[in-house]
Design a protein around this ligand. Sequence first.
Ligand SMILES: [Zn+2]
Ligand SMILES: [Zn+2]
Length: 170
Amino acid sequence: MSDAVFTGGCQCGAIRFKVSGEVGIASICHCRMCQKAFGNYFAALVDTREAELVWTRGELKHFHSSNHVRRGFCGSCGTPMTYEADDGVAVAAGAFDDPSQLRPVVQFGIEGKLPFVDRLHELPGRHTMDDIAAAPFLSDIISYQHPDHDTKVWPPQRGEPEPDNKEGKA
Ligand SMILES: [Zn+2]
Ligand SMILES: [Zn+2]
């Protein structure tokens, strides 16, 4: 897809990674295994086979979902992170610091596609703060999510400046 450097990590910040070089295509997989592994209607993954993938903080835990594939995730917060097969590793698109750079270009496993997925864009939409009356805790929420950039120290130590935690939601 592009010759650049991408960073990312899990929600809690225990796992961080860097992908550089020829980052491959981003894709959606509808197969039942990806639904389970991501706890979602489908998985979004970025091919890193032609790139250099470095884990810059922490170590993934793995579950072998089959005899050929294992799934990497953060053992501290549970964020799904990888799909790892004999021919390479794909990294969860939403784990990248800027997933907007990773537009998916193909769908896999469409035999497992859930019937309503093609109509998600038709659903009524609400901004998070539209629900402030029903969820007043939103007014003073403090995110513990790792920010969308690398950090020297995480979690922040006492006396350290607060991270920019405006970008996450609950
Ligand atoms: Zn984590
Ligand atoms: Zn799949």
